[in-house]
Design a binder for this molecule. Structure first.
Ligand code: TTP
Length: 669
């Protein structure tokens, strides 16, 4: 992705659409009697009335805030209606919200390239649609401009009162003397207003939007006027918008980079950045970060709308604060099993509906250790190749946990198995994610074909997918060793996809991480995508699997009946776990475990240390991975390419590395 490019030659029209108090709206659609009333969605944990996760605008009017608990909200607004988030597997179940988000995406995607940025946020590239409108049906030729368009906030327009305001907006939208950029923007605003009305009509949800010439400005603008409004950013207003915009509120500057800008340079607003030359910023923060900062100060951003309706990864998590912290391996395993069960269901549905397979399983945890000295220590995230099947995912996730725990406890040499020393560690958050999701290349033999009976396939999906995964997942050097017992551990490495995992996530909530992993829990695509097209060529000869591995005729019949049933019940997809899911579940039970549940800790660590971490240079070791996530994607990519070869080659690359390292070391204090 380019850092920035001149935007004047070919202006783009980008909209950022953000649903208003989204979970509340979903609950209000279920219970229409709540419409217009102060209401909020609370976590399932009822302590002090449950933590609020979404607050209606009516309740906000009474001073209710998301940071409150139910009891506190009732104090400031006694008439508030609190709705508990749906629960499954002892944790919040977000499927209703995910599905509702998908409904919206499928409508928005009708007018241009669409990127689903989180459970309730979408970027749209409306350039082509706006250009077509300007060519064929320009605003000044419209008989009437819709009220919703006239309600737009156009930054920089002087608005005395409501009537004047609408008149001004109309004049601006229909100005045949305006420059080309503004004309296109006006078309984009009209298209966005139409889309928002369509969303309201088809889903009953209101949303707000920002319309600008790039993603960064569109996102800033969408939050400026809520609910159910849209804000337009003409080029002439960009400086005014950014001049006083708090630096920490910028996407990617909320964390350590923003803190460094404030603390080290005294930069408090985006406008403050204008005093620094590009060279100076590059000197301080590295070439790419420096240029990126210089660009954002001027409202320049070359980030493309990705054209992604489906999530980049799936995640399932839960936190265990205070007395609920997990202190034994058995309780950790119990909860990991729940999380993995959900994750498995979701990736199987993704495979079935979208023909996509996930390739990496990652475990994250938060913990506190045996001593005060330990309080700053992070539980290391761990990844391994993802094997399909609930049992396998559960087994691998627990192995990852054990590997992480050994490393976390490290020098204390505490035992990681059993509960002999329950006081030595406590887990306050657990999450598992499936990432590196890829479409099955067309022509690949598909399980759907087999189940659907449209075409005979000579391999069960499990085998096909296993082959596919084997091909696609890069193997670690240790793969060549004949050490089945440690297979999983050998592949364990410090996760390299942590930034993917947290990208787009909402601020973590206190109680249930699941509620904060929104960007990655969006799992359903547009409705049209639920019936994939199957290639017609035969798959015979691709795999060698014995006949008894096929499901029996009965099972096949059962599976295909279940599938047709599910088609009928698209909107209650949750209740039906899907054919593949059942298939994997049943096969899973039948399968011999291929990996040892044994400890193997020493060898595992030795391999890991010997092959990886110990070989890292000091600078790489100092990088706080959470910082990487704050950076723009292209900078993350640069860091990745810098870090990975280092891991392999045990050499320090010069050049850009020095400047980036400067940034990271500056933040070590
Ligand atoms: P947001 O878009 O941040 O907020 P919102 O849609 O509730 O309200 P607004 O109109 O101000 O945009 O989040 C979308 C949904 O994500 C929200 O309804 C609830 C959920 N959520 C969490 O579960 N945890 C969080 O920390 C946040 C911020 C949101």
């Amino acid at each position: 992705m380019p850092v920035a490019r001149p935007e004047s030659s070919h202006p783009r029209i980008i909209a950022h659409v953000d649903m208003d108090c989204f979970y509340v709206q979903v609950e209000q659609r279920k219970k229409p009697e709540l419409r217009g009333l102060p209401s909020a969605v609370v976590q399932y944990n009822e302590w002090k009335g449950g933590g609020l996760i979404a607050v209606s605008y009516e309740a906000r009017g009474f001073g209710v805030k998301r940071s409150m608990r139910g009891d506190e909200a009732k104090q400031v607004c006694p008439q508030i209606h609190l709705v508990q988030v749906p629960v499954a597997r002892g944790k919040a179940d977000l499927s209703t919200y995910r599905n509702a988000g998908s409904e919206v995406v499928s409508i928005l995607a009708r007018k241009g390239r669409c990127e689903r940025a989180s459970i309730d946020e979408v970027y749209l590239d409306l350039t082509d649609a706006a250009e077509a409108m300007l060519r064929e049906n320009p605003p000044e030729s419209l008989e009437a401009v819709h009220e919703e368009v006239l309600k737009s906030h156009v930054l920089g327009l002087a608005n005395e009162d409501e009537i004047d305001k609408k008149e001004n907006v109309k004049r601006w939208m229909c100005n045949s003397d305006a420059d080309h950029r503004d004309k296109l923007l006006a078309c984009g605003a009209i298209i966005t207003a139409e889309l928002r009305m369509q969303v309201l009509m088809e889903t009953e949800f209101t949303c707000s939007a920002g319309v600008a010439h790039n993603k960064m400005l569109a996102k800033l603008a969408s939050a400026m006027n809520k609910p159910a409004q849209q804000t337009v950013v003409p080029s002439s207003s960009v400086n005014g918008l950014l001049y006083s915009f708090p630096i920490k509120k910028m996407k990617q500057l909320g964390g350590k980079l923003g803190t460094s800008l404030q603390g080290d340079l005294g930069v408090n607003t985006v406008g403050d950045l204008l005093q620094f030359s590009e060279e100076k910023l590059q000197d301080l923060y590295g070439v790419k970060t420096g240029t990126w900062l210089w660009n954002i100060a001027r409202g320049i951003s070359g980030e493309e709308v990705q054209g992604r309706l489906l999530p980049k990864s799936h995640g399932s998590g839960k936190s265990f604060p205070g007395p609920r912290a997990l202190k034994t391996a058995a309780t950790v395993q119990h909860w990991l099993n729940q999380l993995c069960d959900e994750l498995s269901e979701r990736i199987c549905r993704d495979l079935e509906e979208n023909k996509r397979t996930a390739h990496t399983l990652t475990l994250h945890a938060t913990a506190y250790g045996p001593s005060e000295r330990d309080s700053h220590k992070k539980f290391p995230s761990k990844s391994c190749p993802l094997r399909y099947g609930t049992g396998k995912i559960q087994e691998d996730a627990f192995n990852l946990f054990q590997a992480g725990l050994r490393e976390y406890l490290g020098s204390y040499g505490a035992k990681t198995q059993g509960s002999q020393h329950p006081e030595r560690w406590a887990i306050t958050g657990l999450s598992v994610s499936a990432s590196k999701i890829m479409a099955i290349p067309s022509g690949t033999c598909s399980i759907m074909k087999y189940f659907g009976g449209e075409q005979r396939c000579d391999a069960p999906a499990r085998q096909v997918e296993a082959n596919f995964i084997q091909e696609a997942v890069p193997t670690s050097p240790s793969d060549s060793k004949n050490c089945t017992e440690l297979e999983c551990c050998e592949r364990v490495e410090l996760t390299d996809n942590y930034s993917d995992y947290i990208e787009d996530n909402k601020v973590p909530m206190e109680e249930d991480k699941n509620l904060s992993l929104l960007g990655h829990e969006v799992d359903s695509s547009t409705k049209e995508a639920s019936q994939p097209h199957f290639p017609s060529e035969s798959c015979s000869g691709k795999t060698k699997v014995s006949a008894q591995e096929f499901p029996s005729e009965d099972v096949r019949h059962q599976l295909s009946t279940a599938r047709s049933k599910r088609k009928e019940q698209k909107n209650s997809a949750l209740k039906d776990q899907g054919t593949i899911l059942r298939f994997f579940k049943s096969n899973d039970q039948a399968q011999e475990p291929t990996r040892s549940q044994g400890d193997g800790s020493n060898s595992c660590n030795a391999i890991q240390n010997g092959g990886g971490r110990a070989a890292w240079s000091y600078k790489v070791d100092e990088i706080d991975e959470s910082v990487i996530a704050e950076l723009p994607e292209e900078i993350q990519a640069e860091l990745e390419s810098w870090i990975r070869p280092q891991k392999r080659a045990n050499t320090v690359k010069r050049g850009g590395a020095t400047t980036i390292a400067h940034y990271f070391s500056a933040n070590q204090k």
